[in-house]
Design a protein. Sequence first.
Length: 89
Amino acid sequence: MKILLKEYNAKKIKTFEDVIDLHQRFEVIHPFQDGNGRVGRLFMFKECLANGFVPFIITDELKMFYCRGTSAVAANQRISARYLSYVTG
């Protein structure tokens, strides 16, 4: 977790892809027994606000796409345009 935050915070300018990458990498770490997804999405929402991106909320209707995207990225270990489309609807 420290390495992840150190790498992210070292970036002077953060792109939307950086925020999404941070979220996905955070989710893979699973530092919490319960609530990891909720904390990760709140973290992503905060970083969108902090970096001038329009924040978004993953509604129940979009959750299936979000979960599918998270799984696809975990399998490939990299961020992709497909994941970005799943996360942002």
